[in-house]
Design a protein around this ligand. Structure first.
Ligand code: DGY
Length: 330
């Protein structure tokens, strides 16, 4: 159905964005920025939602039913142009019920995030975090035949959960490091993609978990993937296996992860995301064999700029009365 154009939409952005993105937005839209860049409170989000045509949230904003109801009550909010690919912080069914569309920024952060996954795959078994701390502490006594030994990556099996854009980009990188690629995905990849990636599909996640040396999570967080990796599944994994997570913390039961690591059920973990960000379970800070990063998978200048450009493109197309390119479908 054709919609009327919205010539200069009122756009509220919840966090600071790269400067060129903010400048371009100010040229195109009636834009309001959150100048102090701290995550907005629930009340501030509801207030913003009630006063704009387009809200630009990020992963740090809980866009729940109350915020969306405030948006609907204000009578203007029609688009959530999310700055980021993951939209699990948005109550999509409430948005849909209020006829508020949601867009995201797929594609432009695929390589950066896959690089970060690969960095964690390399860092955890080779103990990069520990080695770095040792040099910085001034306690390093020099090379030794038995010092800082880790585990070889070449020849190991990698299990990818979620074989979308990022999962495939991880597979491409992993092959270059001599890992064999296994994957679990709701749908099997087309045969030509599977053979190009030399990837083996496992319909049964539990069976794959029991076979691989690394698990990387590259699926979205949804009700179906919430705590996908829990105590039962840690018990299925091999004792020498590593868990890598640069997707969403909530896909893993973080308490079960801490217990699995402490009990030696698995060998280590590389985590860029956490269940209750920015809080990190204090047990993770004490455990060896764990590399911890502050949700920085897409944090490149190029990536964040491109994400901003996608947000702008989605708003412009929507404001012209057309279907935005990155509409999120429930
Ligand atoms: C993403 O794009 O989903 C990043 O995790 C930040 O939101």
């Amino acid at each position: 159905r054709p919609r009327p154009k919205v010539p200069r939409p009122k756009v509220i952005v919840t966090r600071r964005l790269p400067q060129p993105v903010e400048t371009r937005m100010a040229e195109l839209f009636d834009v309001e920025l959150n100048l102090d860049d701290s995550p907005m409170s629930a009340a501030a989000l509801a207030d913003a939602a009630g006063r704009c045509d387009v809200l630009v949230p990020t992963v740090t904003d809980e866009i729940d039913a109350a915020v969306l109801a405030a948006g609907a009550a204000g009578g203007r909010l029609k688009l959530l142009a999310n700055f980021g690919v993951g939209v699990d912080h948005i109550d999509l069914s409430a948005a849909r019920a209020h006829r508020i569309a949601t867009t995201n920024t797929p594609g432009v952060l695929t390589d950066d995030t896959a690089d970060m996954v690969m960095a964690l795959i390399l860092s955890v078994p080779r103990r990069l975090g520990e080695g770095e701390k040792l040099v910085r502490s001034g306690e390093w006594l020099g090379w030794s035949p038995t010092g800082m030994l880790g585990h070889r990556i070449t020849g190991k099996r990698l299990g990818i959960i979620g074989m979308g854009r990022i999962g495939r980009a991880v597979a491409t990188r992993a092959r270059a490091f001599g890992l064999t690629v296994h994957y679990h995905n709701r749908h099997r990849l087309p045969a030509e993609v599977e053979s190009e990636l030399e990837a083996t599909w496992w319909q049964n996640l539990d069976a794959m978990l029991a076979r691989v040396d690394f698990i990387t999570l590259n699926c979205p967080h949804t009700p179906e993937t919430h705590h996908l990796i829990d105590a039962r599944r840690f018990a299925l994994m091999q004792r020498h296996a590593y868990l890598i997570n640069a997707a969403r913390g909530e896909i893993v039961d973080e308490n079960a992860l801490c217990e699995a690591l402490a009990a030696g059920r698995i060998a280590g973990a590389g985590l860029d995301v956490f269940e209750r960000e920015p809080a990190v379970d204090p047990r993770l800070l004490e455990l060896p064999g764990v590399v911890l990063l502050p949700h920085m998978g897409s944090a490149t200048f190029e990536g964040r700029q491109a994400m901003g450009e996608k947000v702008i493109a989605n708003i412009r197309v929507w404001a012209d009365g057309h279907r935005p390119p990155d509409l999120v479908l429930e």
